[in-house]
Design a protein. Structure first.
Length: 84
């Protein structure tokens, strides 16, 4: 695959911790490029453990980042419509 899809992840809770992020990192052509979380200490720990280079505390920064091709919404379902 010539093109790498650079993913942004909204949320860094248990679903992304155990399922999504590790799986995305194993898929050829996928790169988890950035994560958004509300708690800076938690998100810094998360990106350190998952070797992700970038984070933000503001969802609009992730959504509008030109270096992100796709976004995985990993928040409680009642917020999905707002972020989408």
């Amino acid at each position: 695959m010539d093109k790498v899809i650079r993913w942004g992840v909204i949320g860094c809770g248990s679903v992304t911790e155990l399922k999504s992020t590790p799986a995305y990192q194993k898929v050829p052509g996928f790169s988890v490029a950035a994560v958004m979380g509300r708690n800076e200490d938690k998100v810094k720990d998360y990106i350190s453990r998952h070797q992700i280079q970038k984070y933000t505390l503001h969802v609009n920064d992730l959504i509008n980042d030109d270096n992100i091709d796709a976004i995985y919404i990993a928040t409680p379902p009642d917020s999905h419509k707002e972020y989408a």
